[in-house]
Design a protein around this ligand. Structure first.
Ligand SMILES: CC(C)C[C@H](N)C(=O)O
Length: 481
């Protein structure tokens, strides 16, 4: 039996930004118990994801499957791969968590001195780790061949397991930085936005943006299947995380916030009432390229890592400066746009992943569809809102940055729905999560509830993972055929 006070204590310091365990509804509380048992602590990631219990459940089971269940890779390898992936984004939080887990699973402490001390087989993963994290479009079947035919070869199923771990942890870095998770709540400097990404000492609007009250089970979202939309059983009800000030908006500039949400809502309504004329696939692709070029012009913050942080991660990096470059300004013309009609998760990736690493396809499929379809029909303090066009715009925008085109999507919609600040935020979070600042987080989605910002961060994480994985699966498929 777990002592609930332990959970309570670890959440006590930062309850504006997480779901405090003592305030969680039964469903969320049970998930927190499971997380506690799984990780020997109630970790910050679970507590932030606790805003979205249906997502948290599938996230936890996927991570459990990847890290703990029987699978192609040994447990020390799995943890070491997680460390290598997190190091690419200088995510000291995840590096440290998985260093501990590595030792806990009997890993050789020598390997933690750095990549040079790890076995050759793990070192061989370095190149695809780097490319997957920053420029996955450069991955080819030759990379796969090299790993599968090296003197210490990877088997196909081991490689599949490793690739999924790498993409999972790259994407998780985006969530961790996006939600300001810097250390466990019960450790020094524990989880709080203030510690992790706050750059000024000015009072933050976050603390007034959100607070949490428990939700009734009937408010919970239910996932119906991997292909049908996730719906709120109470329709117009809130997502169960009603705010103390009951409007979900930042009090600091509530009027401005409300205007933003209303304007967005109005655009979505107009688009629904008067859908734009049907465009040909060629027109859509042209629009996609235009959006890509515009995205490439969006400036992102420069990188500056603190020396202490670098020390923790640099030992796992060889060329730490290798980073994302805009897909749409690449000089290498051989890299074609990735058309989802030629290779998609649903029609191609799912079955290949599942064939090489049994059942993983189902876990990922559930996770993607929950993240993409989850809705509470709210936006800020508005209710009964159909947010599907906004959510789809976010998902497809992330794929633009990876050169993945959905030729059934009208990219002019995206341009109307995502304001430039939000695009810049998403670009930073997706491609350079370690550079995100608190002011970036505060400056976007004004008037959204805090849980809604977390919701957007979840979508960024999942769409990003899917994009990376699609490139890897396509390359593997080329190798196999
Ligand atoms: C990201 C958010 C705007 C999502 C919205 N709250 C919904 O329930 O669909």
């Amino acid at each position: 039996m777990i002592d609930c006070d332990v959970l309570k204590l670890s959440a006590a310091t930062c309850e504006q930004f997480i779901v405090p365990s003592y305030a969680a509804d039964e469903e969320t509380h049970n998930l927190f118990m499971d997380a506690f048992i799984e990780n020997n602590r109630l970790d910050g990631v679970s507590q932030v994801m606790g805003y979205h219990p249906d997502y948290l459940r599938i996230f936890m089971s996927t991570q459990h499957f990847l890290l703990r269940e029987d699978g192609p890779l040994s447990h020390d390898y799995r943890q070491y791969i997680a460390i290598m992936a997190a190091a690419r984004h200088h995510c000291t939080y995840l590096v440290e968590v998985h260093e501990q887990d590595f030792l806990f699973h009997g890993g050789d402490p020598e390997w933690l001195k750095g990549l040079d001390h790890a076995p050759r087989k793990l070192r061989d993963l370095y190149e695809i780790n780097k490319l997957l994290a920053h420029q996955p479009w450069l991955i080819t079947k030759e990379h796969m061949l090299k790993l599968l035919k090296s003197s210490e070869p990877w088997s196909l199923s081991e490689l599949m397991h490793a690739i999924i771990l790498l993409t999972h942890f790259h994407a998780l870095c985006s969530f961790v930085f996006g939600c300001g998770i810097s250390a466990e709540v019960d450790s020094q400097g524990g989880h709080t936005y203030v510690e992790s990404v706050l750059t000024s000492t000015a009072p933050t609007s976050l603390s007034t943006c959100s607070s949490y009250t428990s939700t009734s089970p009937s408010d919970a979202i239910t996932t119906t299947s991997s292909t049908t939309a996730t719906t709120n059983t109470t329709g117009a009800a809130s997502n169960g995380r009603s705010d103390v000030n009951s409007n979900g908006n930042c009090q600091v500039n509530g009027v401005e916030s409300n205007v933003c949400v209303k304007a967005l809502m109005e655009k979505m309504r107009q688009m629904q009432e008067a859908p734009s004329e049907l465009k040909s696939a060629a027109e859509r692709i042209k629009q996609f390229n235009m959006e890509g070029k515009n995205t490439a012009e969006i400036a992102v913050p420069n990188s500056k890592q603190s020396a202490s942080k670098s020390e923790i991660v640099n030992k796992y990096l060889q060329d730490g400066d290798f980073a994302y470059t805009d897909f749409h300004t690449r000089t290498c013309t051989e890299v074609q746009t990735f058309c989802a009609c030629d290779y998609s998760w649903e029609d191609h990736g799912f079955s290949l992943a599942n064939r090489l690493y049994a059942d993983i396809g189902h876990y990922l499929d559930d996770k993607y569809s929950t993240a993409a379809n989850m809705t509470y029909y709210t936006m800020g303090d508005l209710r009964e809102v159909d947010t599907s066009s906004f959510r789809r715009a976010i998902w497809n925008y992330i794929h633009i940055m990876y050169g993945i085109c959905h030729d059934d999507y009208d990219y002019s919609e995206l341009n109307q729905l995502l304001e430039i600040k939000l695009k810049a935020y998403i670009k930073t979070l997706t491609c350079y999560p370690e550079r995100l600042k608190k002011k970036d987080f505060d400056g976007v989605m004004k008037g959204f509830q805090h849980s809604e910002k977390v919701h957007v961060n979840l979508m960024v994480m999942e769409a990003r993972q899917q994009a990376e994985l699609l490139y890897a699966l396509r390359a593997l498929n080329c190798y196999l055929t």
